[in-house]
Design a protein around this ligand. Sequence first.
Ligand SMILES: [Zn+2]
Length: 280
Amino acid sequence: MPELPEVETVVRGLRKTVLDKTIAKVIVDAPVKSIVVSESFKSKSFEAILKNKTIKQINRRGKNILIELSGDLTLWVHLKMTGHFYYKDVSTEKEKHDLITFQFKKPDSNFKLIFNDYRRFGRNRLYYSNEVMEQKGLKELGPEPLEISSDDFVTIVQSKNRMIKPALLDQSLIAGIGNIYADEALYASRIHPKRLFSSLSKKKLVELHEHIQRILSMAIDNMGSSVDTYTGVNGETGKFQNYLKAYGNEGGACERCNKIIVREKIGSRSAHYCPKCQKI
Ligand SMILES: [Zn+2]
C-alpha cells in the first residue's frame, strides 16, 4: 500500500499536472463502492457535481489525498492497495482498470487524469470542504510524522503500553507510516518490533523520531518505494526500494552484523527485522 512518501509523490505529481485546471467532464466506470458522495449534495451525481469545477489546491494528510475544488468542494482520495492517478494524453486508449476519467477544459483539453485501481479498494469521496475533515478516516488521524517535534513525539508515545510495530501503523497515533517505513525506522533504531513503547528510554524514542523523519524524507526525495504496483502520475517508479534494509529483505544478511533478517507476523502484519541488532 502506498505510504506517506508515495502519497506525497503522487500529490506533488498532481500539483505539477492538474493544479488550476477546470474539469470539463468526468466519466465513471467505477464500482459503486469506489465513489462516495456526501449526503449534502442531495443525490446529485459525482460527475454532475465536478463538472466545471477548478482544481485549487492539492494536499496530503497521512496517506490521504485532498483535492480542493472551486465551489468549496474537496475530493478526498485514498489509494488503498492499488489505486493510481495517471496523467495521460487524451488520445491514450482506456485501460482495463481505469475507473474514473477527468477531462479538462481548453487550453488543457489535450490531457486527462485517470484514476486506475486494479484491486478496487481505493476510494474517491466528495464532500463540502467544511465537512470533509469531520469524516471518519480523517478526523481521528494523529499528527504528521514529518511535522511533529521530537518532544511532542516522545510525549505522545511514551505513555503507550503498546507493542511498537502495530502502534506505529495506527493512523490515529501517527498518520502516514505503514509497514515499509515502520520496519525501516525500527531497524535503523535497533528496536525490536515487539517492544512496548513504554519500555523504551526517552533517548531511544528521540532516536526513533530522528530515523522516522530521516527515512521518510529520503524516501520522498527518491519518489517513494515501488515494492508492488506503485508508480507516480507519469507512470514513473520510485527508487527508494533500492535502499530498504529490512523490509522485504527476509533471508538476506543484515548489513550491520551479517545475521539473517527474519520476517515474523506481529499483530496482523509481517515485520522484518534483524534478531541480533534488534533484541527484545
Ligand atoms: Zn543485525
